[in-house]
Design a protein around this ligand. Sequence first.
Ligand SMILES: *Cc1c(COP(=O)(O)O)cnc(C)c1O
Length: 354
Amino acid sequence: MLLNFYPGPSKIYPEVRQYLTDAYDGGVINIPHRSETFMQLMRATVNSLKKKLNIPHDYYIFFTSSATECWEIIAQSFTFSQSFHLYNGSFGQKWFEYAQKICSETQAHEFPLEELIDTANLEIPEDAEVVCITQNETSNGTQINANTILSLYNKCKDQLLAVDATSSMAGLNLKYIKADIWFASVQKCFGLPPGMAVMVCSPRALYRAKKLDEKNHYNSVVLLYEKMLNYQTSYTPNTLNLYLMYRVLEQRELIKTIDQQLVQRAQNLYDFFEPFTQFRPLITNPEVRSNTVITLHGHHKLVEDIKKNAAANNIQLGNGYGKWARDTFRIANFPANTDTEFEILKDFFSRNYN
Ligand SMILES: *Cc1c(COP(=O)(O)O)cnc(C)c1O
């Protein structure tokens, strides 16, 4: 059995194998998306998401095809002239570039890898309508902590705060109430196959979308909203993944518990890697270090060797990403990865690289 520590597409819950069979046998795969059965499934999934992920009752949930699509939707449905992006890595930067293609006035501020965002001295451009951050930067293993998000939110008087939480939603107990738009695709902490994303919107965000009333795209937020009133979608959706999400959420513990386990395991992993000398965590500041994606840095030849050697031992490590592609490797600390798997992983490193 291959142990998969890739940070996306990542390990899928093994129970999904049975749920796939159930979906086929129960005829769920091809139920018409205007049917009562579909609407029941959608309603149950939305309720489960709110309950299991601790999402406020008055927030809205929409389904899209990917996190990348959510980047576009935010630029189309929540932004009239420009958004403002804070980033320190590849995903945040890509989001900025996508948004800029749609709203050319869009601006960005890049902040240093080891530092917290200096919210006190931050100048948000006056014309910006949405402030965009990446809670967990999957490319380099940094994260923006809850306090920083809170002080950013307090600073956003007229702006909506939008958070890419692709590699942390369903892993960490995010404070949804402290931002307006949150989104994630499901092939990371949800432990599901790729091809779907969840978008969570505050009442304030929806109010703003209604005011803009942008309806030029099949997944424009007002259209998503109008269809969702009846637990439907504007187009034939990924019913299979929706069903899998419903089943996986049913089996999962509350996010508070999952968060505690992940944070503790992250701490344990950082402690474990501390004594290794040939490679070390890319991020040393514990205040900005990711809990869900552990990024380790070393000479590119060694990194190559570690990944090959691991693969020969049936352990799949994540490649580096973007400008860190060659001299880092990444380890997903996602809910579907078990403690037993991490014991095997640690054993591999102790035997070969200590
Ligand atoms: C993986 C990832 C994305 C891209 O997700 P897609 O489903 O491929 O669109 C965006 N942002 C972050 C932070 C990611 O980790």
